[in-house]
Write a protein that binds this ligand. Structure first.
Ligand SMILES: Cc1ncc(COP(=O)(O)O)c(C=O)c1O
Length: 518
């Protein structure tokens, strides 16, 4: 009989290493019956939250330090009853939450922690699987391989792409650029960058900061990223890319990667990928597509022209946690160059070797972290719950809402839309028709309008800087957002603009703009 099979009495008699039964019964996990009871309470709470979240202020009204000042210095010496910590969640934590799952959340890129996604997260937490190797949970690996294939099909991407789930687009782009660097400088893996030619990554002036971070982390330095200027529609200019790459090559600089963004963060502009691809290829550079937000729109065949050429890219990132209704975090990195990605990041110590490693996928090989959550489960639930048709209808609805909101802006003489609206995000600015419409004096006013609207609690907008000007952004991505929320948003914007002081900058002898005037 082994120790683990031994009866309690045997173990105690054998002595020193064994714990007494009384202690054993007190060192385990929460009692299953208690879990069942509190689990039901929590699920009921979540259902109630989903039904009534709209009544909460979308942007937290918490002030710096509010929560910390309520928390005791020390953790409790004795375990506390769940009723206490769940009550504190309600009383102390909730006021400090900005409700990303609120239909009035229109800031940054709005997202949805959908019902099926939340259920998937619960089961993922319960299983607590670490899917680093096939062996450490075969279903986690195989479901991930399969469900990213479903996602590829939904988006019109080829089945032949390899896909792997990462936590965020920042990690996906880091992994993609690590592969690009490995392709450009294979010796770096063993010897580091010392002695290599300087390498360059090219991305538009509008590319996300995660690209620059990746370039820094990969040792290329900020000087290793060339920001290519954009056209009037905030799209990378192909002739500027061509010039920059040709000049660099002439100076002995090695092109590493070109990053095209299909749906940039500020304006959702779409880089002309089909024109950028041959330029990148000519210079031997890896092509990475950042479609973290915009990629979801490829679910709609009518929107595929925006993505022309992406199937030829070396890597693509799409975030189901942005516009595909999957709770944070879930980012999918697709690549045609699976082996290069693996060679760049895989390192397998003996204790992680398995007998079946050659016939199965070890997902730890395709990113920086070893441990990995079972994220595929929630994505699988989301795709199964809504189905392809349901997802298409919802994305199309969000785009339609964005377009209608753009129509309101366009029809208002005191507001200007500052960018095209390819997807569901509108970028605009208050610029009274009798003002210096492009003047810096209006930057502060736009911020004030936004802050005043956000303080009212029904909607939450964010801002960006385009050229030298502050602009406001309204992004639709939450499943419960309806036209009425956008009407509220617009009414409040116009009202708050009307409340600005008469002596607004840039308007000679200004008279206050009344809500009706807009
Ligand atoms: C175009 C784009 N790429 C990448 C990111 C980074 O996403 P993540 O938070 O998943 O790292 C963002 C974030 O908004 C984005 O807009």
């Amino acid at each position: 009989m082994s120790d683990t099979e031994a009866r309690e009495g045997d173990v105690v008699r054998r002595g020193s290493a064994a714990a007494p039964p009384a202690l054993e019964s007190s060192v385990g996990d929460m009692d299953p019956e208690a879990f069942r009871r509190w689990g039901r309470e929590v699920v009921d709470w979540v259902a109630e939250y989903m039904a009534t979240r709209e009544n909460l202020p979308v942007l937290s009204r918490s002030r710096p330090g509010d929560l910390r000042s309520q928390l005791p210095e020390d953790p409790p010496e004795e375990g506390e009853d769940p009723s206490l910590w769940l009550q504190d969640f309600q009383d102390m934590i909730l006021p400090g939450v900005t409700h990303w799952n609120h239909p009035g959340f229109l800031a940054y890129f709005a997202i949805s922690g959908s019902g099926p996604g939340v259920l998937g997260e619960m089961l993922t937490a319960a299983l607590n699987v670490n899917g680093m190797l096939w062996r450490t949970s075969p279903a986690a690996t195989e479901l991930e391989e399969h469900v990213v294939g479903w996602l590829a099909r939904l988006l019109g991407l080829p089945d032949s792409l390899f896909g792997v789930i990462q936590d965020t687009a920042s990690s996906s782009s880091f992994a993609a650029l690590a592969a690009a660097r490995h392709q450009a400088f294979p010796q770096v893996r063993a010897h580091g960058l010392t002695g290599s030619a300087p390498g360059r990554v090219y991305a538009s002036a509008e590319a996300h900061s995660s690209i620059e971070k990746a370039v820094i982390a990969l040792g290329l330095g900020q000087a290793g990223l060339t920001r290519i200027p954009t056209d009037a529609d905030f799209r990378m200019r192909p002739e500027a890319l061509q010039r920059a790459m040709a000049e660099d090559v002439e100076r002995g600089i090695q092109p590493v990667a070109v990053v095209a963004t299909l749906g940039t963060t500020s304006t959702t502009s779409v880089d002309p990928l089909a024109e950028l691809l041959p330029i990148a290829r000519r210079h031997g550079a890896w092509v990475h597509v950042d479609a973290a937000y915009g990629g979801a729109a490829a679910a709609l065949p009518a929107f595929r022209p925006h993505f022309k050429g992406w199937e030829e890219a070396d890597s693509i990132v799409v975030n189901p946690h942005k516009w595909l209704f999957t709770p944070v975090d879930c980012s999918v990195l697709f690549t045609r160059r699976r082996e290069v990605l693996r060679e760049s990041l895989s390192l397998v110590p003996e204790y992680l070797r398995t007998r079946e490693e050659d016939e199965t996928t070890q997902l730890m090989d395709y990113g920086l972290p070893l441990g990995r959550r079972f994220r595929a489960l929630k994505l699988w639930f989301v795709l199964r719950h809504f189905g392809v048709r349901g997802i298409r209808e919802r994305i199309a609805h969000h785009i339609e809402l964005g377009q209608r909101f753009a129509g309101l802006v366009d029809a208002a003489p005191d507001w200007i839309r500052v960018a095209a609206v390819p997807f569901s995000t509108v970028v605009f600015r208050w610029a009274p028709h009798d003002s210096d419409r492009d003047g810096p004096g209006l930057d502060d006013d736009n911020r004030r309008i936004m802050d005043a609207v956000n303080a009212r609690g029904q909607v939450f907008l964010s801002h960006t800087r385009l050229g030298e000007r502050t602009c406001l952004r309204m992004s639709v991505g939450n499943l419960e957002t309806r036209w009425s929320h956008l009407e509220t948003c617009w009414t409040q914007l116009v009202e708050e603009a009307g409340r600005l002081p008469r002596e607004r900058a840039g308007i000679p002898g200004a008279a206050a703009v009344s809500p009706e005037a807009s």
